[in-house]
Design a protein around this ligand. Structure first.
Ligand code: NAD
Length: 503
């Protein structure tokens, strides 16, 4: 942490429609992961600033909840338009602060824009059921209503997409929002906030409060924050789910992952290798849907060396190096953690057939580089199999048949994403039916659903309410009320009804 005298730009907070400088004395440096240069400082918002943010969101809610659904949709339309206009600029901000290559960074922004597009359709999305004449001249229908001040806590690895999973849907539903983005890459979410103001968002609709877990903990226990959306690691997710629900809040916590690709011997080898490269080391393996375990079924085990040879030709580089397949890890600590896993994997008896521990990129000696790494002869008791490494490390496991592959995946502590590569419809259908994982790809390596569907996860990959980010997010960000109505008519005399039956 730095003191406040640093000449580097301090990222502003967004409170009540204004970008304001925090009064905190606690700043965290934001660094370029390719060379450790400090590119900004992020403030840890004070208790008073957190209070102000929640208070202005609370005041704004009273007006916003009564704003017509058409006006809410039009705000999202203007925002979507602005985001598309600024797509390249946003992509560059993402790339510079995360180190992702530019194409991947633009993909991060694009997947967020898709959610805003979805939110433009809010009127149709919040329409609910009506039944006329549930009893004589009595109608029954549901009403969908917003909750109030919703909170979002987001991770570093998709600084555009994941904030955009949350606040556009919540706000389109009629809520107001307090976002606490990752302290490791706060510049992208701040720019998203500026563009939201430019799109005409009224004051108080969206607040952005920066900081670390101390700030999160204030949001989790506050009496005026009824709903918490979280995306991040299992450790933080469990804490946030436990604390939020203990304070009787609605919580959804999307957490970590260990994603398997099952490779059947009847799959197309070239397709398997290409897809495995992109999905295992793309974004330096820092995707919650990255493939980190390749499950070779039967004779497909003969392709292990081909995968290794292909991976050995892939190299990382800086964000605007067009030849680089991926960038550095987000921080020296993240790199160190990955190197520890590689060491542990070797110690535990797995065979490291490609080791990226000593990766050096010319001109960037201080970058958080890890080259593509691959292990074989891995067993399920090893930490490199059981735990999320979140780096460009692929572990290969061999199993004799599809049944064993399914059992292996279903026994893993995580259940975020998985894929099967096969030319057999029967094998794919069986896999889809029996696998206990949230997102399933059939000959698709990273099956992140579009927002007309929703994102989910099994076991340690998702805690709490399963209605995340897309279509089903309406269920998370609203309360449903059922109204049973007898529209008054002079000639109806129902008399005294001592039963619960309608008449
Ligand atoms: P992280 O858990 O370290 O941080 C996420 C957010 O939580 C940040 O805003 C951080 O400030 C806050 N936080 C961290 N520790 C906390 C604590 N103890 N108490 C309160 N708040 C805390 O995660 P990260 O390293 O930024 O992101 C990577 C992780 O996110 C990976 O595990 C990845 O699998 C997961 N992820 C999951 C999904 C999904 O959809 N399931 C999507 C993206 C990322």
């Amino acid at each position: 942490m730095n003191d406040q005298t640093s000449p580097i730009k301090t990222v502003p907070l967004l409170i009540n429609g204004k970008l304001v400088e925090s009064k905190t004395s606690t700043l965290i440096p934001v660094t370029n992961p390719a060379n450790q240069e400090v590119i900004a400082n992020v403030p840890c918002a004070t208790e008073g600033e957190v209070e102000q943010a929640i208070a202005s969101a609370k005041v704004a809610f009273e007006t916003w909840r009564n704003t017509s659904v058409g006006d809410r949709a039009r705000l999202m339309l203007r925002y979507q338009h602005l985001l598309k206009e600024h797509h390249d600029e946003l992509g560059e901000i993402v790339a510079q602060e995360t180190g992702k290559n530019l194409e991947d960074a633009k993909g991060d922004v694009w997947r967020g824009i898709e959610v805003v597009e979805h939110a433009c359709n809010i009127a149709s999305l919040i329409m609910v059921e009506t039944v006329e004449n549930v009893a004589r001249k009595i109608d029954c229908y549901s009403i969908t209503q917003p909750l109030g001040v919703c909170v979002g806590i987001t991770p570093f690895n998709f600084p555009a997409m994941i904030p955009l999973w949350m606040f556009p849907m919540a706000i389109a539903c009629g809520n107001t929002f307090v976002l606490k983005p990752s302290e490791q890459d706060p510049l992208t979410p701040t720019r998203l906030g500026e563009l939201f103001l430019e799109a005409g968002a009224p004051d108080g609709l969206l607040q952005i409060i920066h900081g670390d877990k101390g700030v999160v903990n204030k949001l989790l226990v506050h009496k005026d924050t009824p709903a918490i959306s979280f995306v991040g690691s299992v450790a933080a997710g469990e804490h946030i789910y436990r604390t939020g629900t203990k304070h009787l809040k609605r919580v959804q916590a999307l957490a970590g992952a260990k994603n398997h690709m099952v490779i059947m011997p009847d799959a197309q080898k070239k397709q398997v290798i290409n897809n495995l490269l992109g999905s295992s080391v793309g974004a330096a393996g820092q995707r919650c849907m990255a493939i980190s375990v390749a499950v070779f079924v039967g004779d497909s085990r003969n392709w292990i060396d081909d995968v290794k040879n292909a991976l050995s030709k892939v190299r990382p580089g800086i964000w605007n190096d067009e030849e680089a397949a991926y960038g550095p890890l987000i921080s020296p600590q993240a790199k160190q953690r990955v190197l520890e896993f590689i060491k542990e994997g070797k110690k535990s008896g797995a065979e490291c057939i490609l080791d990226g521990s000593d990766c050096v990129i010319e001109g960037f000696p201080d970058g958080n580089w890890v080259g593509p790494t691959m292990f074989k002869n891995v067993t399920t008791d090893m930490s490199i199999y059981k735990e999320e490494i979140f780096g460009p490390v692929l572990v290969a496991i061999e199993v004799p048949n599809l049944e064993d592959a399914i059992e292996l995946v279903n026994q893993n502590p995580y259940g975020n994403g998985t894929s099967i590569f096969t030319s057999s419809g029967a094998a794919a259908r069986k896999y889809q039916h029996e696998i206990q994982v949230g997102q399933v790809g059939i000959n698709v390596p990273v099956p992140v659903p579009l927002p007309m569907f929703s994102f989910t996860g099994w076991r340690k990959s998702f805690y709490g309410d399963q209605h995340a980010y897309g279509k089903q997010a309406i269920r998370f960000y609203t309360e449903t009320k059922t109204v049973t109505a007898r529209w008054f008519e002079e000639d109806i005399d129902t008399g005294v009804n001592t039963s619960i039956n309608l008449r």
